[in-house]
Design a protein around this ligand. Structure first.
Ligand code: SF4
Ligand code: ZN
Ligand code: ZN
Length: 329
């Protein structure tokens, strides 16, 4: 806001804490909170993300984005008539995972949302660092694979209608641009506001599709949501192509407020076209019956290579046992 002058909120007498340039608004805490909640509500409405009577599983990492997601969804759930259950996966990445789990537990307690906790150690007898070291693959790729598998398993076992992910505008647009440049058009279909439920795959929804990273962070901060302060030791930022694209998009946004949201809406409008380009047939894994584009799913391939046995089926049974209690809540 600059020059030390205190600007007033566009809607009341309170001092503005932020300026939302694309909406031409200066907002106080209360009105910023309402602004974000309304945007999430409109996103749900615009893209048909949730239906009345649904149960939605919200993936909560312990970070700001998923905290904002859980808070907005649990607030809107009453009005829209759906239920939320949270899921946190303890990856066993030392102090970071301990703190992330603590934050997720505190958050769910404060919001009175039931939390399902899955721990890699409990399910596989190893933790992420060991899997990464033995697989010789980049940590985030192993982590992403494991999380996708466990989220889908939990969602199937719980019988929820959708999984909500905390990906926001600034997470998604760089990957959309990258996929476009590489002409991996089918890949773009997985980065939109939702993916549909198929036989053994529970559909994903992204209610923060039109929320920026800074808005999600400010919302979590204003609400005082418990979030992990530690950064995952495997996190790399700064040098990747996605990071270059992110900073380019922010430069354009600064000059043309609203550019990023308009871009995201244009992508969503053409999502059917990208879906047709994907041409992926979904098969069931030979070992665990979970979705895969080939015969064996990525999780069974990874565990067979690293642990000497495809573990999908074992893990599914363990998850089923753990969730039996939660289901009856
Ligand atoms: Fe997993 Fe990478 Fe995120 Fe760490 S930074 S939690 S390894 S995806
Ligand atoms: Zn105000
Ligand atoms: Zn499998």
């Amino acid at each position: 806001m600059g020059s030390g002058k205190v600007l007033k909120c566009s809607f009341c007498e309170e001092p503005a804490i932020t300026v939302v340039r694309y909406a031409k608004l200066r907002l106080c805490k209360k009105h910023f909170t309402e602004f974000v909640q309304r945007r999430v509500l409109k996103t749900i409405d615009r893209y048909g993300l949730v239906d009345r009577g649904w149960r939605v599983l919200v993936a909560v990492s312990g970070g700001k984005d998923s905290a904002t997601l859980l808070h907005t969804l649990s607030t809107l759930s009453k009005e829209l008539g759906f239920e939320v259950t949270a899921l946190h996966i303890d990856l066993g990445i030392g102090k970071y995972s301990e703190k992330a789990k603590e934050a997720a537990e505190k958050l769910c307690k404060a919001l009175e949302v039931p939390l399902v906790l899955l721990s890699l150690r409990e399910l596989l007898s190893v933790e992420l660092p060991e899997l990464v070291a033995k697989s010789k693959r980049p940590a985030c790729s192993v982590c992403g694979l494991v999380k996708r598998y466990l989220i889908n398993t939990a969602a199937l076992e719980l019988g929820v209608q959708a999984v909500a992910l905390g990906h926001h505008l600034d997470d998604l647009l760089p990957y959309i641009v990258k996929n476009f440049v590489l002409q991996n058009l089918g890949g773009i279909s997985k980065l939109g506001p939702k993916t549909e439920t198929e036989e053994v795959f529970v559909g994903r929804i992204r209610p923060l599709y039109e929320i920026s990273e800074s808005e999600a962070a400010l919302y979590a901060h204003i609400q005082g949501l418990p979030v992990v302060e530690e950064v995952c030791p495997y996190a790399v930022r700064g040098e990747s192509l996605e990071e270059e694209i992110r900073s380019f998009l922010n430069t354009v946004e600064a000059k043309r407020p609203g550019f990023k949201v308009a871009f995201a809406r244009a992508v969503a409008k053409n999502i059917e076209f990208y879906r047709e380009e994907a041409e992926e047939s979904i098969n069931k894994c030979e070992y665990c019956e979970m979705p895969t584009a080939s015969n064996i799913c990525a999780f069974c391939k990874l565990t067979a290579r690293v642990l000497g046995k495809p573990m999908g089926s074992d893990v599914r049974s363990k998850v089923r046992r753990i969730l039996a209690e939660v289901k009856t809540l």
